[in-house]
Design a protein around this ligand. Structure first.
Ligand code: IPE
Ligand code: IPE
Ligand code: MG
Length: 226
């Protein structure tokens, strides 16, 4: 049996289809997804997993219609305004990874203060990927390292990525019945175990998360060895 994963990541996909199937606006799917995310994150930390990275908005998602982005921004505002205190209370440090440049200024300010307020948390690390792209993150790391003029090692490269303070990614979950990474944690996924769920994200329960983790614990991870 493997030990519990130290770092899990979730591609939270399928909110729009979840809503469409119920003849609801896509925004309702995103709202249901946000509620689900909070439950899953709680369970992750209560189980004793120390690090969780969730994919909320990709770099490419900035190309979605303005109306949808506005709805998502509204949810981010709600989340950061209402959840920071509870994260802090529970000792969870929050970090937003990705390009926050295109976000409205008030959200950037909320993010900065949420990160600052929770920075002392030592019980768990939550990374929310917003405007994140794995390729962009790799290129940014290259640019940071190139100026230093030192040989790049796997370790320095890994530590320069936006997930650099987190342990190796052990388990990557994607909901929404799509079998692709969509530019998420490309470098970090090298030896992650993958778990794909047919469920749309708002239907992916804590029980489903536990099932993915139980399955992970039973897998044989060989890392190329015999
Ligand atoms: C994932 O749900 C959340 C975001 C990308 C913001 P989608 O919005 O991609 O939902 P589907 O895939 O269209 O159902
Ligand atoms: C990936 O979902 C991004 C998030 C879940 C935040 P997408 O819905 O954007 O992925 P594609 O377009 O189906 O690959
Ligand atoms: Mg999608």
């Amino acid at each position: 049996m493997n030990a519990l994963p130290r770092h899990i990541a979730i591609i939270m996909d399928g909110n729009g289809r979840w809503a469409k199937r119920r003849l609801l606006p896509r925004a309702m799917g995103h709202r249901a997804g946000m509620k689900r995310m909070m439950e899953l994150v709680d369970r992750t930390f209560s189980m004793g997993i120390g690090c969780c990275t969730v994919f909320a908005l990709s770099h490419e998602n900035f190309l979605r219609p303005k109306e949808e982005l506005e709805e998502l921004f509204g949810l981010f505002r709600e989340y950061f305004s209402s959840e920071t205190a509870s994260l802090k209370e529970r000792g969870i440090s929050l970090k937003i990874i990705g390009d926050r440049g295109p976000l409205p200024a008030d959200i950037r300010a909320l993010i900065a203060s949420a990160e600052e307020d929770t920075a002392d948390g030592t019980r768990g690390k939550l990374a929310i990927a917003i405007g994140y792209g794995g390729r962009q993150d790799i290129v940014a790391a290259c640019n940071r390292l190139v100026g230093k003029g030192e040989p790049v090692t796997e370790q320095t490269f890994r530590e320069t990525l936006s997930t650099g303070t987190m342990p190796e990614l052990d388990l990557l979950i994607r909901t929404g019945n799509e079998m692709r990474l969509s530019n998420f944690l490309l470098y970090e996924s090298a030896y992650a175990e993958l778990w794909f769920s047919e469920k749309m994200f708002p239907d992916f329960t804590v029980r489903d998360l536990e099932e993915a983790i139980d399955d992970y614990r039973k897998r044989e991870r060989r890392f190329g060895r015999l």
